[in-house]
Design a protein around this ligand. Sequence first.
Ligand code: MSP
Length: 648
Amino acid sequence: MSTFYVTTPIYYVNDLPHIGHIYTTVVSDVVARYRRLAGERVYFLTGTDEHGQKIERAAAERGMAPIELADRVVSRYHELWRELGISHDDFIRTTEERHERGVAAIIERIRESGDFYVDRHEGWYCAACETFYTEKELVGDERLCPDHGTPTEWKSEENVFFRLSKYADRLLEWYRDDPRSVLPETRRNEVRSFVEGGLKDLSVSRTSLDWGIPFPGEPGHTVYVWLDALTNYISALGFGQGGDELYRTFWAGGDTRLQLVGKDILRFHAVYWPAFLMSAGLPLPTTVWAHGWWLRDQKKVSKSVGNVPRLDHLIERFGGDSLRYFLLREMVFGQDASYSDEGFIERYNSDLANDLGNTVSRLVTLSRNIFDGRTPPTPCDDNPLIPVARETVRAYREAMDAYAFQNALQALWRLLAEANGYLVEREPWKRVKEEGASEGLSRVLWNGLEAVRIVATALLPFMPAIAPRVLRAIGAGEPPEGLDALAWGGLPTGAPLPDPEPLFPRIDKAAYVAEATAPEAADLRVGRGGGKDAPVETTEDTMISIDQFFETELRVATVRAAEAVPKSNKLLKLTVDLGDESRTVVAGIAKVYEPEALVGKQVVIVANLQPAKLMGVESQGMVLAADSEGRPILLHPAEPVPNGTRVR
Ligand code: MSP
């Protein structure tokens, strides 16, 4: 059985994840699931990059210890990976001891090669990149970082250096001799010309940093974050830790080692990392694949630009699988792509609700009505859909092998369109009146369902929650475990068809766009009551004056009625009594509180908040809750007080 190792970059924990971070992990998951279906032995790794000045500073700004901030952000990652159906085999954190041992082991090997020396290092430093820049690379008179556009600072310190320059020729050979080494080809050309431009030795320790791994054998030095972070790909497999069977299977003796990264971190993965490995005498990745960026309003999506789409909202409203589909369908892997709320909902309504959802429900409803709640009794092995299905599967597999996910999905949607056209031509809904449960109709409907079965099977890597539901809905039973199931003819005849359930409820575009964009404050509002964005974001502004605080009108209120907000698994609609008035307040607490249990309880609300619509319900205030690792725990007065009492 051939082995397939796929990794994502490990994510910084200075802030919460956004769409750009989840993208690489979703792509890796699609690859991992596809390879498992193809019968390969897969190991899929993701994790977090927790050391360095960036994290140290972000934590200090929030008055936290770095590890506290890391723990919070990591719990959000775990939650997101669950919501998005990510099937990783391991999640590595660079603060784990196993990782430190791996880093010590690679450093020992590099030292044995004679590739370290100590020297003074001076230059312009960007803490956000954790990188020194030359004067030439900086932007403008203010010497701004070319990547972040923020000021750099002058640093002068003793560092351990790695003889990167020694590996220039071997790196160039690698790019030249192995066309898979760095993909897409444009990126390979980019790193090649970077290396051809000359490589300077790389400083791989810092003396001005405490939050990191102590550099073995160099007291007072901390390992440079990129040497630390890159080693995760093998430390997670047990490298340098005795029990290294995974390392031997998936790295040293593995068939494919695929490393997916964003184009901004290509140099680290396609130059520094292979050079470290060469020095340590270890095998290189088989492929470093660099994807493009998600843009919004023409700018790279990023927290600092403030243009991040709201993941919570998208996942809650459309489901993790719809977001996965959008990400894979919209971006040509390797190029940049644009996100917009309008674009998202158009794809959702047209591809998922209409093309996939309606085709399934139309076929299932007809079969149930005509064939007594079952799949049709007569299969069909000679019809115009068969060659189309065969060609679809060929195109799909070819695209999946080339990481051209968009093409793979397009091929499947062509088959769906053909199946629909086939039905429209044969009009089973009309013919049933004359023919009843005829053999001809049985063949027509069976063919339609069989085409959908093939599409749903091929969608298993993309939509791991919905595709199995489609298969069950059309009577195909449990999801298959191999790609053989893509061959024509697998749908059972006369199998019971369960009651139809809506797969992708249509969503009104205008209403959604208003809801998603209007109350930006809603993030905090829902966040305070249990959203995941609260713990880190709300601490960003540090000190306020007492007057500023009193601008917020906090009051005690009694909950008179509570009910779930339709289609939301997080929101409750509360009717609260403020003494002289009654209000509706929407709170993101449904995962922790049953509505009935709240009636009669006193809570604290923000009474002077601008009203905002959440999932179509106007909220006239916000309920306060402690955020206990993402679980909202309501605040109550310690003894009953009149409704409307102010909280100060
Ligand atoms: N910690 C380093 C990686 C170390 S790997 C040994 C890091 N972390 S990161 O959190 O800043 O970024 C992780 C990944 O997210 C990168 O691959 C980056 O390209 C990706 N993205 C961040 N913003 C992005 C977009 N707007 N669009 C697509 N991906 C982008 O770098």
